[in-house]
Design a protein around this ligand. Sequence first.
Ligand SMILES: Nc1nc2c(c(=O)[nH]1)N[C@H]1C(S)=C(S)[C@@H](COP(=O)(O)OP(=O)(O)OC[C@H]3O[C@@H](n4cnc5c(N)ncnc54)[C@H](O)[C@@H]3O)O[C@H]1N2
Ligand code: MOO
Length: 405
Amino acid sequence: MSLMPVADALDRLLTGVEPLASEWVDLAHANGRVLAQDMAATRTQPPFAASAMDGYAVRHADLQGSPVPRLRVIGAAPAGHAFAGTLGPGEALRIFTGAPLPDGADTIVIQEDVTALNEEDGDVILVNEIPRASAFVRPAGLDFKQGDVLLTAGRTLCYRDLALAAAMNHPRLPVRRKPVVAILATGDELVRPGETPAADQIIASNHAGVAALVEDCGGVPLDLGISRDEPMEMAGHVARAIEAKADILVTLGGASVGDHDLVQKVLGDAGMDLAFWRIAMRPGKPLMAGHLGATKVLGLPGNPVSSLVCSLLFLKPLMARLLGQEITAGHRTATLTAALPENDRRQDYVRATLETAADGSLRVTPFTRQDSSMLALLAQSGALVVRPPHAPALDPGETVPILVL
Ligand SMILES: Nc1nc2c(c(=O)[nH]1)N[C@H]1C(S)=C(S)[C@@H](COP(=O)(O)OP(=O)(O)OC[C@H]3O[C@@H](n4cnc5c(N)ncnc54)[C@H](O)[C@@H]3O)O[C@H]1N2
Ligand code: MOO
């Protein structure tokens, strides 16, 4: 039986997949969304030279020549209230953080460094500490200038980006529509979490994990529940995914060769074009992909670790492509702390704990048992050690490629 290499399968999965349409959303609804266009600043920030401190705007030239210069205070400028006049020789302006520097001034003296006096003919200050020229002045455009492209398409917007977008005066942003990912578990042995399984049943776990990953990737999971291993029932669930215009239909289980592994047949009868089935990887060999009209189909293996590792390696990049994001494999390297045997023809993703050594380097320790049903070990894993097909046996201390989980 020929198995497709992982890289070829991913290539085939992503070929021809275009980003989803974009929509404009208010900043209040943009957190975690993926930006669909580059965004340029509509204004310069700050738009004027501004004081960075509460104090006095002065002319630096006036501070030369005397150990304690004395200046006449000619007015005040709180933030939002520019002073209309011009500062002349020997003059200072009371100023507050964020207010525009008046014409003629070039330096701020903080109020802690002056003695303020109310004299009969007006307020004066004695400058006790002479600042350097331009001290505490924020020049216009210090933060950014009009036209600067500060947020680029494909970026997942976070709180910092939203503050920046607001400062750029964008009340709304163009973001990609969220991919809708329908998730259908299959198997007579499955019941939902919280239900009481019969003696020969187990709890369906894959759904919860895949749905969370879909959300992490910026999509909306659509829960199609559990289908019995019965073609008519399964076909009904598949039809619901199509009706819901799901961008992706993920099926869980029933992908292998057993008599009750019906998924491919049901999808085929529904009109699916099969892109590939069976990959040279472990876990995840029976992975299947295709499309049903506009809906991409990913048939994930039922074994819980297989379904999650396949989600990471295939569903995540597929969603990134739909969201117009760059796809990065994200491989790093780490030092093995234990030996690994020679690999066979399947690319192996070996569950391992991950530690950072004192010198900052990463160290991985593979678990001895790698059964693809073991969710507890997956949860304890910090990384997957990537073992290419036919990789030679390795000794402790050798360097391996890893995917950090
Ligand atoms: N003769 C062969 N048998 C198997 C092969 C093979 O090549 N030849 N491949 C094995 C591999 S590798 C995997 S992986 C599994 C995957 O099989 P299926 O995708 O058909 O999955 P099922 O048979 O439906 O289930 C396998 C296993 O996982 C449990 N399961 C299923 N769905 C869920 C769920 N939503 N939550 C939790 N657990 C789930 C199910 O109860 C089974 O224990 O096939 C091997 N067999
Ligand atoms: O390849 Mo199956 O995915 O482990 O156990």
